[in-house]
Structure formats: C-alpha cells, structure tokens
Design a protein around this ligand. Structure first.
Ligand SMILES: [Fe+2]
Length: 249
C-alpha cells in the first residue's frame, strides 16, 4: 500500500507571515504533476486546507479549489480530507465544510486494502464541547462523543492509521517556529491523556498516528505508538515545503 500525504495547504487570498496561502494552488499543482502520487492508494489531507476567510462563499470557493486541483490528478475516492483550526476561522458551519469537501462527516473512517483510516476532527471548544465556528482556539479538543466513537472505531482487530490535525500525544516542540516555549499546549488536543487511554487499548493495531498543524516533518514513538508530523505545503519557514510525502506499507 502507498499512502500519499499533503498537509496544511492553507489556500487563501492572502499570505499569513511565512504561510504563503496565495501560492497554494501553484505549488499543489507542482507536487501533483510531479507524478510521485500517481500510483498511491490513498491521499491524506489532514487539515488547514484553507487560510482564514470572511464569508461562506469565500470558504466554499477556497475549499472547492483545493479539491478540484487534487481531483484533476487523482480520483476523489482516494482522497481523505479532515479539518484543522484554520478551516473553521470563518463563517462556515461544520456541515457546510463537510458538504464543500464531499466527506461523509467531520469525523469518519474508511477501510482501504484492509487498513482502517480514521479521520478525526479536533475543532471543538474545550469548555462547551461545541464545534468551533467563525473562530476558536488554535489548540484542539476532542469531545466525549468523538472519543467514544474513536474507541468503537478502533475495536475491530485490524490495522489502523489515525489522522488528526492536532497531535494526540505531548510530543516535544523545541525548535518549532510556532509551538516552542509556552505554546506546546496548542500543538496538541488538550485532552490528549483521555485519547492516550484509548490509543493504548488498541496500540497493537495502530500503524501510525499522522498529524499536520506543527508545519514540520517529524517521526517519533511515544509509549509504543509511532507519530508522524507532516510539514506544510506552503510555509516557507519549513524546510520541507512544496513536497508530498509517501509512506509505503
Ligand atoms: Fe497549518
């Protein structure tokens, strides 16, 4: 199995510091046309698909443009999108984002060649457990209902890849442009301890947990589970910019 990874595309009408949202579609086309992803079985796009936006129409246009660019090269049936914090930094409801992306729900799974790909949504308010809308924290939170769903989804004894924009473990952020110092707390879901309890129950089945958000490439183990962080497509701070990644199982 070949798994393609493109993350934090931040498609936008403006740039945000070193995050070059206006270059997203050009650089995405470069990556897709290079052919590295031509024979993949699945492409994972794990959040921050778009940069902050100011209207429903703008959000729909930005999400649709990324989807259309990818579909020009790959069947949509091979593409699994999930949401990140910037995707909710504008006036689209979670249902409108789900509809624009053409995904079954804001968290869902798909079984491909015997592997269960679990796509989580960490864009919930930590106090109310309501989905974030038109703003919210740059940190993540998984509400109790999603945690229960995750536990049930991992129960069948089969290989699984768990994807979440924010980290599901307290991994080190030393040297990271965004999350070093006092900002580590925003790199991960606030209730990662609850997530870890679930993941540890199913650790023998979990091949990888894969994340965006931190805009750098990292591959490390924590309590017996491998965690992969994927650099942003469009952040010029990240040395891994404008690259797709491929995992071969
Ligand atoms: Fe991002």
């Amino acid at each position: 199995m070949k798994i393609g990874l493109i993350n934090d595309t931040h498609n936008g009408t403006h740039n945000n510091g070193t995050i070059m949202g206006t270059q997203c579609l050009n650089w995405l086309d470069n990556v897709l046309s290079a052919g590295d992803l031509a024979d993949i079985d699945v492409l994972l796009v794990i959040g921050d698909i778009i940069e902050d936006y100011t209207s429903l129409e703008e959000g729909q246009q930005l999400l649709g443009a990324v989807k259309d660019e990818i579909v020009a090269y790959l069947s949509l049936s091979k593409v699994l999108f999930s949401l990140g914090n910037h995707d909710v930094q504008g006036p689209m409801t979670v249902d409108q984002i789900v509809s624009a992306l053409g995904i079954p729900s804001n968290y869902y799974y798909k079984d491909i060649l015997g592997v269960r790909f679990v796509m989580l949504d960490p864009d919930y308010d930590e106090n109310t457990n309501e989905h974030e809308y038109n703003g919210g924290s740059w940190g993540g939170h998984l509400p109790p209902v999603e945690l229960a769903w995750l536990d049930e989804t991992l129960k069948p004894s089969r290989a699984a890849v768990v994807c979440c924009h924010h980290l599901l473990a307290p991994l080190g952020m030393s040297g990271n442009k965004y999350f070093a110092g006092g900002n580590e707390v925003h790199s991960r879901v606030d209730n990662y301890a609850d997530v870890q309890t679930i993941l540890q129950k199913h650790k023998d089945e979990i091949l990888y947990c894969i994340h965006g958000h931190t805009h750098w490439d990292k591959h490390e183990a924590y309590n017996g589970i491998w965690y992969i962080q994927i650099a942003s497509l469009v952040d010029t701070w990240s040395p891994e910019k404008k690259r797709a990644k491929v995992i071969v199982l």
